[in-house]
Design a binder for this molecule. Sequence first.
Ligand code: PLP
Ligand code: ZN
Length: 401
Amino acid sequence: MQPLYLECTRCGERLPADRPQNICPKDGGVLFVRYDLASLKGKLRREDLSGRIASMWRYADVLPDVAPVTLGEGFTPMLASREYANAYIKDEGLNPTGSFKARGMSAAVTMARHYGLRKLAVPSAGNAGGALAAYAAAAGIEAHIFMPKDVPLANRMECDYYGARVTLVDGLIGDCARMVAERAKTEGWFDVSTLKEPFRVEGKKTMGYEVAEQLDWKLPQGIIYPTGGGVGMIGMWKAFDEMEVLGWIGSERPKMITVQAAGCAPIVKAWEAGQSASEMWAGAATFAAGLRVPKAYGDYLILDILKKSRGAAVAASDEEILAAMRHWASVEGVFAAPEGAASLVAYRKLRASGFFRAEDKVVLFNTGSAYKYLDMMEAQAKKTRREPPSARAIGGIIGPY
Ligand SMILES: Cc1ncc(COP(=O)(O)O)c(C=O)c1O
Ligand SMILES: [Zn+2]
């Protein structure tokens, strides 16, 4: 449906949705897209979804009423774990461009085309850049991508093949963001940075709708979400509120769990200290590239969701993550991105501590595919002095390992 307006999540300021907007001009707050959902209550029933297209656009009624730029994103499998009776793996690795970033970029590029924007720019840990590049290609729009120079090879390659202009930066995602912000005006770029473009949250919120629909409208007791910028968690929480307005669910909510890499865990640190915002994490280092976000722009929203949902924040070391990747691959048949495998590390810790019980239904988000990280995995395996996966597979040592 048509958005009514954009609303600042800090001060409540309302901005028109009929033109491109970034953040609240008053206080820099993240903007949420608001619709007249109450008018759909009773008219749009959850049963009406059956038989609809198997992509995130099956939820078109709660997304902007605009012709979508789509590559078939969303409606990914909800796999019952083979190992844990009540755990589920939401496999976002099957999205176009191999990560859940496809959802946000499908929505953002859809709106960019609708607004008549010609040039988009983004700082990216890797996958957001790849996704923007693909959707911009599909829409015939220019994409300008700024990534740390040590992003996975796949991210550089895909951006190049999709025809994006790529700048590799000797720094972290925050340095990339500064470059985009500095040059956007003179270059005529529209900045689609995480949480500085309101429709990426709209794309990501469809994960919340899917969790509910795929679990037969009974929300789980917990959702574990690998958190960098936190858009997915923020989007899902928004979706739950929207579904309550639609009358599709009640006031129940899952416990929302942030998992971060131990080498870059600003939200975990802030949560443990009882703070409502995070501090910049110095010396961020992890092979889970998407979790290398030293300060999330929407940290105040993430921490608020953790608090409201009585959730938790957990850190996973790179060694634990690599071992979890192998475990999931060999036990579940899921070749998960490092960020996604961190969810398994968190689940195990929360089961061991008694936070989750065996009978609690918990959804573990695998946010991407391991196929995008082969070079990082090999480097990480060398670092931990384990044989590389290829050597183990052929039963011998090859090359210089
Ligand atoms: C595979 C993967 N998982 C998780 C994240 C973190 O996502 P978010 O910024 O929505 O917290 C990223 C971000 O780049 C990613 O690529
Ligand atoms: Zn504001």
